[in-house]
Design a protein around this ligand. Structure first.
Ligand code: SF4
Length: 386
């Protein structure tokens, strides 16, 4: 089910002294381990009510159930969109937040909003990254324990997860223990891995199927540091990547293409081949024009048509060196046709935009379009393939 709401509002009554509960959804039936589930009952199935669940979501306020000692919600808008094994956080007097969607392959655990860099094209705004309302480690661990252990993929993201230091280790340990069959993608700017003691602890505790995705914006220290707005950041990132590779931890390099680096994509590719050839893959990505990227749009935006040739050259260098290379977030009509097989439909469904002309394009089904935020910055030129 696409476009399910992440926030549901209604009447919420939580008894917990922390004023929240996190649990798994079970709809109109009963399960054994009630204490980790939230039972959802519509009016027709109210007779299935049993004591012992962590919480309840009722269609209407029930008349014949003693409500004094339970956590319960009722008259929740869109409550029918919840699915079995979704994970939700119910916040007293506020709302229900969907933390994990059981029908999605794109679930993430956001471990912090804060970051030790301040990239000019960060899709988050400063206000989000500076918020003090980060999820507590207790909540993150509860969230992890509720995720079904047959989940194929989870992304761990921030902000910068690395700034949690010991807490990141605890999170990774929990993932390793509770989700041994899951593939993890950890998004990081890589700077914290320049610390040998920390990277050793990461090696010890990271789930086996984890790849760490780290951006390299330039082969030049000056340009990379200007983009992340931290002096010395480039050195830390490259040292961090090398330390991870030395410990056989999979690393994916991300190159986000923007005005400051699009002319140097070939150089970045050559740098990767020479300095860090053991990386698992390189993903070249188009900007998402929200947050800082939107604020700094004059400095960062570069038209797809201008970057096409440089992307082609960079891909050839990487592919010739045997490095798996992918393109993300680029409309197909703006890249060389020989690269179609490595271009992915990567934009989350509710963020995708196509133009009217796209309807006559014969590759629309395969094309990922572009971010809806991009259209707010520039009127994208598309060239339907017919
Ligand atoms: S015309 Fe539209 S659908 Fe076709 S490749 Fe371009 S963006 Fe994609």
């Amino acid at each position: 089910m696409n476009n399910r709401p992440f926030i549901l509002k209604g009447n919420i009554n939580i008894q917990d002294p922390d004023q929240y509960i996190i649990g798994k959804i079970i709809k109109n039936k009963n399960v054994e381990e009630k204490e980790s589930y939230i039972q959802v009952l519509d009016n027709k199935n109210i007779n299935l009510y049993q004591k012992g669940y962590k919480g309840y979501i009722f269609e209407k306020k029930p008349q014949n159930i003693e409500l004094d000692r339970i956590n319960y919600c009722y008259e929740i808008e869109n409550y029918e969109t919840l699915l079995n094994y979704d994970v939700v956080e119910i916040i007293n007097n506020k709302n229900i937040r969907v933390l994990y969607r059981d029908d999605s392959e794109d679930n993430a655990i956001v471990v912090t909003n804060q970051c030790n860099s301040n990239c000019i094209m960060c899709p988050d705004a400063d206000s989000i990254r500076n918020t003090k309302e980060n999820p507590s480690i207790k909540k993150i661990l509860e969230h992890i324990r509720c995720i079904p252990d047959d989940t194929e993929h989870i992304t761990i993201t921030g902000g910068e997860p690395g700034i949690l230091k010991e807490n990141l280790i605890t999170i990774l340990k929990e993932c390793k223990e509770y989700l041994p069959n899951t593939d993890f993608l950890l998004l990081s700017n890589g700077r914290v891995f320049s610390n040998t003691e920390f990277v050793d602890k990461i090696k010890e505790n990271i789930p086996l199927n984890t790849r760490i995705a780290i951006p390299v914006y330039s082969d030049s220290e000056k340009i990379h540091d200007e983009i992340i707005r931290v002096k010395g950041g480039f050195k830390q990132t490259i040292v961090g990547i090398k330390k991870l590779l030395e410990r056989d931890i999979d690393v994916e390099i991300r190159i986000v293409v923007l005005k400051k680096n699009y002319n140097y994509l070939e150089n970045i590719a050559k740098f990767i081949v020479k300095e860090i050839p053991k990386v698992k893959m390189v993903n070249i990505m188009a900007l998402e024009m929200t947050g800082n990227a939107y604020k700094n749009r004059e400095k960062v935006w570069i038209g797809f048509e201008k970057v096409s040739k440089n992307i082609h050259q960079a891909c050839l260098i990487l592919l010739k060196a045997g490095i798996i290379t992918n393109l993300y977030n680029f409309p197909l009509c703006n890249i060389n046709q020989s690269l179609f097989s490595i271009a992915h439909k990567s934009i989350t469904d509710y963020k995708i935009k196509y133009k009217e002309e796209c309807n006559k394009c014969k590759v629309k089904e395969k094309c990922g379009g572009f971010f809806n935020s991009t259209i707010n910055v520039k009127d994208i030129k598309v060239k339907p393939i017919i």
